[in-house]
Design a binder for this molecule. Structure first.
Ligand SMILES: Cc1ncc(COP(=O)(O)O)c(C=O)c1O
Length: 453
C-alpha cells in the first residue's frame, strides 16, 4: 500500500482550492493521496520515495520520459543564457524550421504556451480568414479550457446536452452569446456531420477535429470524408494534434492518416514535458499572424512568453530525438502489446470490453458493443473504469482508468509492471464483489437513462 503524503496534502488543502490544479468534471479522476517529487524515464517517485510506473506522463506530454537527460541538459544550457526575451530567439527559429520539415501542413508556425492558446488562435484565424462565424466541433472532443470551444467536451455533463448541432457549455461563467457560435456533430458519423455542414455551409468558418478523439480510434473514411467536404465547401479544416502530434508519428496524425488539414494545433509531446503550444498551417492562412499584413488580413496575437527559448529548446531537442524512427516503432509496439495483453486479462475475468486507441494512445471500455463516438462511451461500464483508477495507485501505477500512454522508456519490464497492476486491481475489485455490482449498477443506470429518454 502506498504511503500517504498526509502533511503536504493538508497544507495544499489550506492554500490551493481543493488541493488541486483542476476542477473535477465527471470524468476527471479524484485527488491523489500522494505527492510526486521527481521522475526518471518511465517512473515517478513520491515525496515518501516510493517508485511508481507512470502511464499518464503529464497528460501524455512526456514522450521521451521524465527528466530525459538530453532535454534536461539542453534546457540547463539555455537557462545559463536566459529564459525569456522580448523577441523571437534562435531556438524558436530552429524549432520552427524542424516543425515545418516534419509536419505536412506546416508552412508557417507560431509558438505559444499551451494547446489552449493554440486553439484560441486557430478559431480566431479561421474566422478572420473566412469572414464567417460558426465553428463546428465534435461531441466529446476537448480543445482546451478557453471559452471559445468549451462545449460538449468529455468533461461536460452530458445529461443536459442539447441535440446536434446545438451546443451546451461545460462551465458556468461562459458568455451565453457564445452558444450562437458553435455547432456540435457526432464523431465517426460522416452522414450526420455532412448534413450539418451542408445546412450551415455559408456560416461555418472552420471545422476542428481531434484525429484520434480522446483515445477513440478514428474511422479513416470518416476523416477522409471530412477533408473532402471541407475542401469542397472551402471551409478550413483544423486538426487538433495536441495529443496526436509527434506521438503517432513525426508528422503526427496528418502523416499517419495521410490527410492534410489547413491548420493544425500542437502542444503536449511537442515540448517533451515543457509548456508549449503551436499553431501551424499553410502560408496563406498563417499570414494572418504576420505583423506586416494589412489590418483586414491580420489577427491580434501576442504573449509574454510566446516563442520563449526554454520551451523552444526543449521541443527542438525532443523532435531531434524523435527523428530516430526506432522510437516510433517502440512507442507503437508498446501500444499494440498493451492492447493485446489487456484484452487477454479482461477475457480472463470474463469482462466484456471494447479495445480502441491508435499507436501509443491506448483506450478501452467495458461493454459488449462498439464504441465509436462519445455517446457510445456513456453506455459502457464507467463505474468499473473508476474502480480501476482507484486501485491502480495502490499498485504503484499513475494511470487513471484508461487512456494509457507511453514514452520511449516504456519497455517489456514496464508493460509487465502495468499488467500485473491491472491484474491485481481486477482481482481486488472482483473479490470484493464490486465487479459484479458495477455491471448491475450500470444496467440500472442505463435503464433509468432510457426511461428518462
Ligand atoms: C486534444 C487537446 N487539445 C487541446 C488541449 C489543451 O491543451 P493544454 O492543456 O496544453 O492547454 C488538450 C489538453 O488536454 C487536448 O487533449
Amino acid at each position: 500500500m502506498i504511503k500517504k503524503s498526509t502533511n503536504l496534502i493538508k497544507k495544499a488543502s489550506k492554500y490551493i482550492p481543493g488541493a488541486s490544479y483542476y476542477t473535477a468534471g465527471q470524468n476527471v479522476p479524484g485527488l491523489p493521496e500522494f505527492i510526486l517529487d521527481r521522475g526518471n524515464g518511465a517512473y515517478v517517485y513520491t515525496t515518501k520515495n516510493e517508485k511508481m510506473l507512470d502511464v499518464t506522463l503529464a497528460h501524455s506530454s512526456l514522450i521521451l520520459g521524465h527528466n530525459n537527460p538530453k532535454i534536461s541538459n539542453a534546457v540547463k544550457n539555455q537557462i545559463d543564457k536566459g529564459s525569456a526575451f522580448t523577441n523571437i530567439t534562435e531556438p524558436a527559429i530552429e524549432l520552427s524550421e524542424i516543425m515545418s520539415k516534419t509536419i505536412p501542413c506546416a508552412e508557417k508556425i507560431r509558438l505559444v504556451n499551451s494547446g489552449t492558446e493554440a486553439s484560441i488562435l486557430a478559431t480566431r484565424i479561421v474566422r478572420a480568414y473566412t469572414g464567417k462565424n460558426l465553428i463546428l466541433k465534435f461531441e466529446g472532443a476537448y480543445h482546451g479550457f478557453a471559452d471559445n470551444l468549451l462545449f460538449n467536451t468529455n468533461y461536460g455533463n452530458s445529461k443536459n446536452w442539447n441535440d446536434y448541432p446545438i451546443p451546451t457549455p461545460d462551465s458556468i461563467g461562459m458568455p451565453k452569446t457564445l452558444n450562437e457560435e458553435i455547432l456540435i456533430a457526432p464523431y465517426n458519423d460522416l452522414k450526420q456531420t455532412k448534413k450539418i455542414i451542408l445546412k450551415y455551409r455559408s456560416e461555418i468558418a472552420g471545422i476542428i477535429i481531434e484525429p484520434v478523439m480522446r483515445g477513440l480510434e478514428t474511422d479513416q473514411s470518416f476523416l477522409e470524408g471530412i477533408r473532402k467536404i471541407s475542401s469542397k465547401e472551402n471551409i478550413p479544416l483544423i486538426f487538433d494534434e495536441v495529443i496526436t502530434g509527434y506521438r503517432l508519428s513525426l508528422g503526427g496524425a496528418q502523416e499517419f492518416f495521410r490527410i492534410k488539414p489547413d491548420i493544425a494545433i500542437y502542444g503536449k509531446a511537442l515540448g517533451g514535458g515543457y509548456p508549449i503550444g503551436a499553431i501551424v498551417g499553410n502560408e496563406k492562412i498563417m499570414n494572418f499572424l504576420d505583423p506586416k499584413s494589412s489590418d483586414k488580413n491580420r489577427i491580434f496575437s501576442i504573449g509574454s512568453f510566446h516563442s520563449n527559448p526554454i520551451s523552444s529548446i526543449a521541443a527542438l531537442t525532443c523532435i531531434s530525438e524523435l527523428q530516430n524512427p526506432q522510437n516510433y516503432n517502440k512507442l507503437n509496439e508498446f501500444g499494440d502489446s498493451l492492447r493485446a495483453e489487456l484484452s487477454h486479462i479482461f477475457s480472463q475475468y470474463k469482462i466484456p470490453y471494447f479495445m480502441t486507441g491508435t499507436g501509443s494512445i491506448v483506450e478501452f471500455f467495458f461493454t459488449s458493443k462498439s464504441v465509436l463516438n462519445y455517446r457510445d462511451t456513456l453506455h459502457t461500464n464507467l463505474k468499473l473504469k473508476s474502480l480501476l483508477s482507484i486501485q491502480l495507485p495502490k499498485n504503484f501505477i499513475v494511470g487513471g482508468g484508461g487512456r494509457f500512454t507511453s514514452s520511449i522508456f516504456h519497455e517489456k519490464k514496464e508493460l509487465d509492471w502495468l499488467l500485473e497492476g491491472i491484474n491485481n486491481s481486477l482481482r481486488e475489485i472482483n473479490s470484493s464483489g464490486e465487479l459484479e455490482k458495477s455491471f448491475e449498477q450500470n444496467q440500472d443506470s442505463l435503464a433509468s437513462a432510457t426511461k428518462m429518454g
